[in-house]
Design a protein around this ligand. Structure first.
Ligand SMILES: [Zn+2]
Length: 485
């Protein structure tokens, strides 16, 4: 397994702290609004990494936090007259629901900042005890960046002349403009405060992650003296200052690095595209899900390498859907065999570990820093050759069994193709339309029985006008939407 490490700026062989194990922490959302396409893409990128590690035999512990204490949450909650807890819960729920719809595996642990105040304040206390942090008269606590010789080693940013620091120059109380807040004391009615031994106040964003990593998945110092966890991930926008600051806090407080590998996913560029189709100008996942299924959206978002910028376009999305169509078309061709197999008492669950060349090649591609283009071209070849083989030997049970195994592996690795193949080709038809279609099909079956072929043909034409295609099978007629979106 090879992963691109943002700190070393190159692909490195993945050598975990403990053999056979992988502990991953990904910075989760700040829950003050609905999830946008950037969140979806990041979640899918790390979901693919997790699936790849699992299929390589690693025992993965995957943690993604929820930042439920933040200026933006406080501001929005106060402007809406609701508690910050209620607002944060609303958006936590909608985030988790959206990610579930995208078939992102739920994290093993989902720690929340508000539930880790003791751990956070203890970590800050350690930094105060070491004189690395300092307290202002107003009670705010900052980390003194000059005390950390390795500051900047993750992002190669953060030097005194970094122009990105200009925006935080106004805070005149700090000793150094690079210093960042660990704790903000309670400032009155417009603020929120949590009780802690540091007084009433709230943590800064960066320290939340350092503390949650220590409390939820870090190896103990005895187990690992050099690194707390294997992989720290997040969007490319988090590299600086967020991850630099997380790394600094942990290094200064625990004398070890927070993570052995740093993985960052690229942005989703939406403003560069004219959004004129069904999505309008929205970049919220919930709006995209009104127009497209979670699987269609996932299939699109995973198709661009996780480190590249994804220029969101609905045309590309529709084009990428052809891949899903092909998967489900093949699945449909072997569905009778699959049903017969699953009804057998002796049938076993399909193996997760790659058993054949196709599975091995897919996994190899994904194990090379998630080379999705390679993986998708291997998939494309399999789909084409499986169809050609089925054309030649449509009753070959070994072939069908192999195809099912391949499709099951694709589902495990990429998280697509796991749905019902009949329902897939009926997407976008509501219940009322469905009952009209079903009744026309029943009438047509009766007409055929009565040898009224003119009526039967007329009904078929009516369905065709509705965009519905009929496939006559020994079990009766099966219908599909001709254009499924
Ligand atoms: Zn973080």
């Amino acid at each position: 397994m090879q992963i691109y490490d943002s700190k070393e700026r190159k692909k490195l062989p993945f050598k975990p702290i403990k053999q056979g194990k992988a502990r991953i922490y990904v910075c989760g959302p700040t829950v003050y609004d609905d999830a946008h396409l950037g969140h979806a893409r990041s979640s899918i990128a790390f979901d693919l990494l997790r699936r790849t590690l699992i299929l390589n035999g690693y025992e993965v512990l995957f943690v993604k936090n929820i930042t439920d204490i933040d200026d933006k949450i406080i501001k929005k909650a106060h402007s809406q007259g609701v508690s910050i807890q209620a607002l944060a819960q609303t958006y936590t729920d909608s985030y988790l629901k959206d990610m579930d719809t995208l078939n992102v595996l739920p994290a093993d642990i989902t720690p929340k900042a508000s539930q880790n105040i003791a751990q956070i304040s203890n970590l800050i206390q350690t930094l105060l005890d070491y004189s690395i942090a300092y307290k202002l008269e107003n009670g705010d606590i900052y980390l003194s960046v000059e005390k950390d010789e390795k500051y900047g080693s993750i992002s190669t940013r953060g030097s005194q002349d970094d122009e990105n620091l200009a925006r935080i120059k106004n805070d005149s109380h700090k000793k150094d403009e690079r210093d960042f807040a660990l704790w903000k004391s309670y400032k009155g009615a417009d603020d929120e405060g949590y009780e802690s031994h540091l007084g009433l106040g709230r943590p800064g964003w960066h320290i939340e992650c350092s503390a949650m990593i220590e409390s939820s998945l870090a190896y103990s110092i005895e187990e690992s003296a050099d690194f707390a966890i294997d992989i720290h991930g997040g969007g490319a926008d988090l590299l600086f200052p967020h991850h630099e600051n997380e790394a600094s806090q942990t290094r200064c407080a625990t004398k070890r690095e927070i993570a052995k590998y740093w993985v960052h996913n690229g942005f989703v560029n939406i403003n560069g595209e004219k959004m004129s189709k069904s999505l309008g100008n929205s970049f919220f996942v919930k709006d995209a899900l009104k127009a497209y299924s979670g699987e269609v959206l996932r299939n699109y978002l995973l198709g661009v390498h996780y480190r590249a910028v994804l220029h969101f376009s609905e045309e590309d999305l529709l084009f990428s859907k052809k891949r899903l169509d092909k998967i489900y078309r093949l699945k449909k061709r072997v569905s009778d065999f699959a049903k017969a197999e699953s009804s057998k008492e002796s049938s076993q669950t399909l193996p997760k570990v790659p058993k054949n060349e196709f599975c091995k090649e897919m996994l190899e591609a994904m194990s090379d820093d998630m080379n999705i283009s390679k993986a998708l071209s291997v998939l494309e070849e399999m789909l084409t050759s499986a169809n050609a083989s089925l054309d030649k030997t449509p009753k070959d049970k070994n072939l069908k069994s192999q195809i099912l195994q391949n499709l099951a592996f694709v589902e495990e690795l990429l998280g697509i193709g796991g749905g019902d193949e009949v329902a897939y080709f009926q997407q976008g038809i509501d219940e009322a339309q469905k009952s009209i279609i079903e009744s026309k099909i029943a009438k047509r079956a009766q007409a055929k029985k009565d040898k009224d072929f003119a009526l039967a043909d007329a009904l078929r034409d009516e369905l065709a006008d509705m965009g519905i295609a009929l496939l006559d099978t020994p079990q009766g007629s099966v219908w599909e939407r001709v254009e499924t979106l």
